[in-house]
Design a protein around this ligand. Structure first.
Ligand code: DAH
Length: 336
């Protein structure tokens, strides 16, 4: 008798736990505790138990009834709360409304312009090369024919990391790293961050440059001009007027700065206003630079150039202050 009670208890516990809805649960209540249920059956059999055992068996039967009642109630509460929740969600949500779109990001204007520049040179056969932001003085200056007492060094206002180690002031040191690794012909375009102690409307302590280097036999200044004219006409428009102005850089000889005649809306007078804007530096690679990388300067010639990506972006988009470019104000960023 006692075994029968225990077996029923086990069966009931498993059955209740398996009930997935209130209807199934009610069926189980009837099956185990109902007037014609299993427990009633068992209690009816009590008459056959000896008078001596009867109290213990009766007590066991009552205990089981309590246990089953308790698990039935607990399961019922659980199923009801799940039902409430589903109902609450159903009522709170209008499933017919259109979904909310996640806002899509886009490339920053500097990256857009850098990519465009790299694409233009890429189509001419230049390959992308890169180098470290933290650079030795040797690569940043000495190997580029700018010794420690050279006046050109002052204009760079260098951040020193420790003696002999700087945040690179230009992308030109990567020229040296490339030539140390590869023999001519070399044609690379080198985008990257550069750093200078400088901060005003047109200068940011960190900005982006792109460097170019081409070395081969028989390269002339005409190749340099043709390459840069093609770039400027592609980037600023085919009718852009270009001017090469003699200049000095320690790592090129001869050297030039390149200006474009830029027409912008005249904010004050109305109409438009044109003026010459310096956009890049360039020249023929200095023999001393070739010597530093063990290139035969009798056999090879090369040209190099460098410019600020931010400046290109500012000129083309009419951005008045470089700080806009780096402040990440969404009202600015989202215009591009
Ligand atoms: N490195 C120069 C600068 O930071 C730019 C430059 C000028 C790079 C002439 C060159 C070059 O490769 O030939 O202002």
């Amino acid at each position: 008798m006692k075994e029968k009670i225990t077996a029923m208890e086990q069966e009931a516990l498993a059955a209740v736990a398996a009930c997935a809805d209130l209807k199934a649960l009610e069926d189980m209540r009837v099956r185990f505790l109902g007037r014609k249920g299993l427990l009633t059956d068992i209690l009816r059999g009590l008459a056959t138990v000896s008078a001596e055992d009867r109290p213990a068996v009766g007590q066991a039967a009552n205990q089981v009834k309590e246990t089953i009642t308790a698990v039935l109630d607990a399961r019922k509460a659980l199923l009801e709360s799940a039902l409430d929740e589903k109902q609450a969600v159903d009522e709170a949500c209008d499933w017919t409304l259109p979904g909310r779109r996640a806002p899509l990001g886009h490339m920053h204007v500097i990256n857009q312009v850098a990519k465009e520049i790299i694409d233009i040179f890429g189509q001419m056969g230049f390959q992308v090369a890169q180098g470290p932001d933290v650079e030795t003085e040797y690569y940043n200056f000495d190997a580029l024919n700018t010794p420690s007492d050279h006046p050109a060094r002052d204009s760079h206002d260098t951040f020193f990391v420790k003696p002999g180690v700087v945040l690179r002031t230009h992308t030109s040191p990567v020229q040296i790293r490339v030539m140390e690794q590869a023999k001519p012909p070399v044609a690379v375009i080198i985008p990257g961050r550069v750093y200078r102690v400088d901060y005003d409307a047109t200068h940011s302590p960190m900005f982006f440059q792109v460097e170019g280097l081409l070395v081969d036999e028989g390269v002339t200044f005409a190749d340099l001009k043709g390459t840069l004219m093609h770039f400027i006409h592609t980037f600023f428009g085919p009718n852009t007027q270009v001017r090469f102005r003699p200049h000095f850089f320690p790592f090129t000889e001869p050297s030039a700065e390149v200006d474009i005649l830029w027409t912008a809306d005249d904010r004050h007078g109305g109409g438009t206003k044109s003026r010459w804007l310096e956009v890049l530096g360039c020249g023929m690679v200095h023999p001393e630079v070739f010597r530093n990388v063990n290139y035969d300067y009798e056999k090879y010639a090369g040209f190099a150039f460098g410019f600020g990506v931010d400046r290109m972006a500012m000129v083309r988009h009419g951005i008045s202050s470089i700080s806009h470019v780096y402040e990440n104000d969404l009202r600015f960023v989202e215009q591009f």
